[in-house]
Write a protein that binds this ligand. Structure first.
Ligand SMILES: Nc1nc2c(c(=O)[nH]1)N[C@H]1C(S)=C(S)[C@@H](COP(=O)(O)OP(=O)(O)OC[C@H]3O[C@@H](n4cnc5c(=O)[nH]c(N)nc54)[C@H](O)[C@@H]3O)O[C@H]1N2
Ligand SMILES: Nc1nc2c(c(=O)[nH]1)N[C@H]1C(S)=C(S)[C@@H](COP(=O)(O)OP(=O)(O)OC[C@H]3O[C@@H](n4cnc5c(=O)[nH]c(N)nc54)[C@H](O)[C@@H]3O)O[C@H]1N2
Ligand code: SF4
Ligand SMILES: [Mo]
Length: 728
């Protein structure tokens, strides 16, 4: 269906949405037999129109990487041996049920890594698995990423999934804080060709402003770039809120009837005068006022914040303020502002109001950290493993994650993992985390799986729907959904040989509901994620079917984003909560920080490079080529006072650890800030990453501190870590 043959060369072409990042580019994959010859952007893709990046181009290398695991591994003694799937699942059964029976359900923890949400099966089959596990020890990469946005949206709009995205293609003005789409290709804003879209914004006379402690490529391309002291964005934003009130520029427009709590906001902002915050942020009072005026006066505008507003000490408050300003300027839910996407697989709501959003339904055992969105902060996993007592974590399941390199104080977590009674990892590689597992279950390569972006169509700047059929099926191995379904059956007390098809039939029947008897026989013998997708599309707002998507290999464009208020709002009152109580409580922390005034000392921030993907893809030759990107950027003024030389070595230390890393002098970082990428440190013994190990780099998460987190969202502080730097 999606492949066609060029008779002359024997080459054929397949079309596939890239699963590697949130941009969801359409790719054209040229194949010769079962070899990938080339991967390029699909010019006819309705959403990405030919845009792609070096990572997408490396999908073939990923598929053919000799280090990628093809069979389950079982640890015996200090090494791993290949095993059959049946043997591997039976060891998993003994391991997980052994711990659950002896120590209780909470003794089994689960960690979900980033690629989980980039696969159909990850989105669909993880929830039943977690339910079957019945554990409170659920962890994910969300608490080193976007959880503050989920919490602020949960509190304001009543649902952690109601996340507005900047309407990039129609905005006249964009204020972007702590995001670098030129390297990341965008996040919580699915916009393939994000850089092209920003260029188009400028070309049509729009303006975009970047706030970032580093002059990134994105900042260089912007109309204006403002340095900000890491972690201080909420001071800037609250001073802008105050300016809007003081200058009578608050203009809710059509939002007025759906918003509650406006009167609580003004007093909260009162003390945050532009003058009072200038010393803290490093941004002059006049600039703060001007930004507020520009936003208020633009025909349409959006404020957009990402990692630099999320993994910081006030992540929840900062993400709340982003949408507060979108609301105060009347830009929420209007074309060119910040809008809610409407994916093809989710039914339209019919009325505003719902159960609302709660945090802290349970607390972590050792540190008393509140639950958010059904999970606990990843920063507490190590202490939950180390600390004896009832409900101590003794077994762990990791899915598509590498927390040893991606979460704070990786060294402590690594040691904790080594002490577990049992660990099983579902992963493509034997890496820094999975080397601690007793069993590794490798899913098929992404090119062997069908694809539809359940997660990212909910965050897209246009409504589109695309399904890609498997490009290079890997016969004789279970699909990712079958692995997850078998794990679910195991933890629900069925034996390791139970058939996953039964669970799949059950899920389809539940989803089909009353229509099951009538509709299921009509789905053409489909099963797994494809059947669930077909069902969801049929119940969705466009009444599509999977066959409709199969007939459209370049995707279906469903049009620009449409207003979704008020029905998107699921708070109990059905109204947007502008000033939720949890936010008011946390604001006291910000007021205390205002009273303390400007902070001193060197702080560490992160950076992303286009040829990397968090801690992985470093094993692919085309991405690993060139000098190591793992350098410490230091401003020349700081280098002078610290006695550091360009190309020399620095010893960087924090409360929790130290690393030695090459120095790169650059006035692109602001004075007082040093910058190191995360995800490196591929020198651990016992991994199977032969290319990555040649240029291992160091892990910045040996420096990030598990004790520093945003109490509101449980999200770790990864930007703004106090460090000392000396010559090494
Ligand atoms: N200091 C610092 N730390 C950070 C960040 C930062 O900016 N600074 N960023 C944070 C962010 S935003 C994130 S999302 C996290 C990511 O943190 P993690 O999700 O823990 O780490 P990744 O590096 O994304 O690891 C992905 C893992 O999934 C495996 N994998 C890849 N594809 C598949 C697949 O198809 N199936 C399966 N089963 N496995 C697969 C890879 O081999 C790898 O082990 O890191 C966070 N850590
Ligand atoms: N090439 C590549 N692409 C990726 C990834 C990758 O690892 N490599 N990871 C993917 C993932 S999982 C994610 S979540 C996205 C992230 O996508 P983005 O958030 O767009 O990417 P980052 O590069 O983390 O951008 C964060 C920016 O915040 C700045 N910053 C740091 N501290 C502060 C602060 O206190 N205030 C402000 N205003 N800015 C600050 C940093 O200097 C940086 O430029 O990228 C995705 N895409
Ligand atoms: S930008 Fe993201 S989705 Fe597009 S090709 Fe690169 S990795 Fe894939
Ligand atoms: Mo992320």
């Amino acid at each position: 269906m999606t492949a066609n043959q060029t008779a002359a060369t024997g080459e054929r072409t397949a079309f596939r949405t890239c699963p590697l990042c949130e941009a969801t580019c359409g790719l054209t994959i040229t194949l010769d037999g079962d070899r990938v010859v080339r991967v390029r952007g699909d010019e006819r893709d309705v959403f990405s129109r030919g845009y792609f990046c070096p990572k997408g181009a490396a999908l073939g290398e990923l598929h053919h990487d000799p280090d990628r695991l093809r069979a389950p591994l079982i640890r015996s003694g200090g090494t791993f041996r290949e095993a059959s799937w049946d043997e591997a699942f039976s060891v998993v059964e003994q391991g997980l049920t052994g711990v659950a029976v002896a120590r209780g359900k909470n003794a089994v923890a689960v960690y979900l890594g980033n690629p989980t949400v980039h696969h159909m099966a990850g989105v669909l089959y993880v929830r039943p698995l977690i339910k079957a596990l019945g554990t409170r020890n659920v962890y994910s990469a969300s608490t080193v990423d976007q959880m503050p946005k989920q919490v602020s949206c949960g509190l304001m709009f009543g649902s952690a999934a109601a996340i507005p995205v900047p309407d990039l293609d129609r905005a006249d003005y964009l204020l972007m804080l702590g995001a670098n789409p030129w390297a990341s290709n965008g996040s919580l804003c699915t916009a393939p060709g994000f850089p092209e879209r920003l260029k188009a914004l400028r070309a049509r006379g729009g303006r975009f402003v970047v706030v970032d402690p580093r002059r990134t490529r994105t900042a260089q391309e912007a109309d204006e770039h403002l340095f900000i002291r890491p972690g201080t964005d909420p001071f800037l934003l609250l001073a802008m809120v105050r300016t809007l009130f003081v200058e009578n520029r608050v203009s809710l427009g059509r939002l007025a009837e759906w918003v509650e709590g406006l009167s609580d906001l003004e007093p909260l902002a009162a003390r945050f005068t532009p003058e009072a915050v200038a010393g803290i942020t490093g941004i002059e009072a006049g600039t703060v006022q001007r930004l507020a005026r520009e936003l208020a006066e633009a025909r349409s505008a959006a404020v957009y914040g990402r990692m630099g507003t999320s993994t910081v000490a006030f992540g929840g408050l900062t993400n709340w303020l982003v949408d507060v300003i979108n609301i105060l300027t009347g830009n929420l839910d209007r074309p060119g502002g910040a809008m809610f996407p409407g994916p093809a697989h989710l039914p339209d709501r019919t009325k505003a109001g719902g159960k609302g959003f709660k945090i802290g339904r349970w607390k972590s055992r050792v540190g008393g950290r509140p639950e958010v969105c059904g999970e606990l902060p990843i920063a507490v996993l190590a202490e939950e493993i180390e600390t004896p007592g009832q409900d101590q974590v003794r077994a762990l399941l990791t899915l598509a994650g590498n927390p040893v390199l991606t979460t704070p104080n990786g060294r402590r977590l690594d040691a904790a993992l080594a002490s577990l009674d049992f660990m099983v990892s579902v992963d493509l590689y034997l890496n820094e985390t999975t080397r601690r597992a007793h069993v590794i279950l490798p899913p098929p390569s992404p090119l062997a799986l069908g694809h539809y972006d359940f997660a990212f169509y909910g965050l897209s700047v246009r409504n589109v729907a695309r399904y890609s059929a498997p490009v290079l099926p890997e016969a004789g191995r279970p699909d990712l959904w079958e692995i997850l379904a078998r794990l679910t059956l195991i933890v629900s007390g069925q034996d390791a040989a139970a058939d996953p098809a039964g669970l799949d039939d059950f899920m389809a029947a539940v989803l089909a509901g009353d229509r099951a008897a009538e509709i299921l026989p009509r789905l053409g013998g489909r099963r797994g994620p494809e059947r669930l997708l077909d069902l969801m599309l049929r119940g969705g707002p466009y009444g599509l079917t999977l066959d409709d998507l199969l007939r459209a290999p370049h995707g279906l464009d469903l049009g620009p984003l449409a207003p979704r208020l008020p029905v998107i709002v699921q708070t109990p009152s059905g109204r947007i909560q502008l000033c939720p109580q949890e936010i008011k409580d946390d604001a006291r922390r910000l007021i205390a920080a205002l009273d303390r005034g400007p902070a001193e000392g060197l702080v560490l921030i992160g950076r992303r490079r286009p040829r990397s993907n968090n801690s992985w893809m470093h094993n692919l030759p085309s991405l690993a080529a060139g000098p190591s990107p793992c350098t410490l950027m230091v401003h020349p003024n700081d280098a002078d006072s610290l006695d550091l030389k360009d190309g020399g070595s620095a010893r960087v230390s924090s409360r929790v650890g130290e690393v030695i890393v090459p120095v790169e002098l650059s006035d692109d970082v602001m004075p007082g800030v040093v910058c190191l990428p995360h995800g490196w440190g591929h020198d651990a013994p016992g991994t199977r990453l032969s290319v990555a190990a040649r240029q291992p780099g160091v892990s910045s998460n040996l420096l990030t501190d598990e004790a520093l987190l945003d109490p509101l969202s449980g999200t770790s502080v990864l930007n703004g870590i106090p460090v000392k730097v000396t010559p090494a």
